[in-house]
Write a protein that binds this ligand. Structure first.
Ligand code: AMP
Length: 356
């Protein structure tokens, strides 16, 4: 049997492997710093849990394999400049933007995009890293070392943030999970909730947007599209050509989770719409030590990534799925007492978004 190699050995690689186990498939996440000579067979398949990587012994071996799915898509989406250019070419709405060049001035940013402008580094920014706010009232200047390496984006006064996770197979068929409502604090995802009846009317619009992209890129596997919702409009904030944190709830709330769907797609196995079981909540564990007392709450599913705990680092997540909102509410109250700040904000947000 062929092996599915995953470039990257973080939590996403581990969860891809976990999801493939019941299907009897061999999945091998590979640490990008590994010096190992990989025993790659010609009929093996290569995928990735990250959109960019340095050239190392491990990544070189994987990236030169003929069955690396979506190999050419990664560099195009990993660079915010080319990602935005793709969106513009396809006429998909994003925050107004332009590239920051060597001769760009903050005055130009303010006069074109408004008094608050978000600079984002073209590469390597995630979880709110690689962002820099230009504020006209504070006369903020563009940092010299950002010139040529960033894009400028208008500050969007969005109503809320939603994401769509979809999967596309080798023959072009695609399926989508329901829109997920997400809470970011300081640029990092803290909590998700899905599905929400009140977002249903945006589902087909979101699906059409992500479909257009996946088709244009001839993409295979799971892709996530993060959006700002302004009234009934969706602006694409960011695309991830991989399984995504805002799809983690599918482990509890869908018959086929995003990890299994990605594996099925890259392996050329049949895809089918996933059955969504009930309302799901996801709470990211960020910079907090593991507390197995969390397990004393009915319905909690803990994923602990076994990473060392550092401030701002994602070290696990908790999923819950139930049709009983009173029960979910109670579980959140219990969690609230077991988590430090700023979880109070995240828990309050989740409670406020529980349907009546
Ligand atoms: P990103 O790294 O692009 O995913 O951004 C992380 C978070 O920063 C987003 O989820 C938003 O909460 C916030 N953000 C990003 N871009 C903008 C923008 N143009 N205007 C306002 N907030 C933004």
């Amino acid at each position: 049997m062929s092996t599915i190699w995953v470039l990257g050995a973080g939590q996403l690689g581990a969860m891809l492997k976990q999801a493939a186990t019941p299907l009897g498939l061999n999945v091998r996440p590979v640490d990008i710093e590994s010096d190992e000579i990989l025993n790659l067979a010609s009929n093996d398949i290569v995928t990735a849990e990250r959109e960019e990587w340095p050239t190392t012994k491990a990544t070189e071996q994987l990236a030169t394999h003929k069955n690396f799915v979506n190999l050419n898509t990664f560099p195009q989406l990993a660079d915010r400049l080319t990602q935005k250019q793709w969106l513009d070419r396809l006429n998909l709405a994003t925050a107004p933007w332009f590239p920051i060049k060597q001769d760009s001035s903050s005055e130009h940013c303010y006069s074109t995009l408004g008094e608050r402008v978000l600079l984002k580094r073209r590469r390597g920014g995630y979880d709110g890293k690689g962002q820099f706010w230009l504020k006209q009232d504070e006369a903020t200047e563009i940092p010299e070392d950002w010139k040529g390496h960033a894009i400028a984006e208008q500050a969007i006064n969005f109503d809320e943030e939603v994401s769509l996770v979809g999967v596309r197979g080798k023959n072009g068929e695609s399926y989508f999970y329901p829109l997920t409502l997400n809470l970011h604090i300081n640029g990092i995802l803290y909590a998700s909730i899905a599905p929400l009846h009140r977002l249903n009317h945006l589902q087909s619009k979101a699906e059409a947007m992500l479909s257009k992209l996946m088709e244009a890129l001839d993409y295979v596997g799971v892709m996530a599209m993060e959006c700002f919702r302004l009234g009934d409009d969706l602006l694409i904030n960011e695309l991830a050509p991989r399984v995504h944190n805002s799809g983690h709830w599918t482990q509890a709330g869908a018959s086929v989770n995003q990890f299994e769907n990605h594996i099925r797609a890259v392996a050329g196995l049949p895809l089918a719409p996933a059955e969504v079981k009930n309302l799901s909540l996801m709470v990211n564990l960020i910079g907090v030590p593991v507390n197995y007392d969390w397990l004393s709450t009915e319905g909690i599913e803990l994923y602990w990534y076994k990473k060392s705990v550092r401030p701002g680092r994602k070290v696990g997540h908790i999923n819950m799925c139930s049709g009983d909102t009173t029960k979910l509410n109670k579980a959140l109250t219990k969690l609230d007492a077991q988590l430090p700040e700023p979880y109070q904000e995240a828990i309050k947000w989740l409670k406020a978004n529980l349907p009546e």
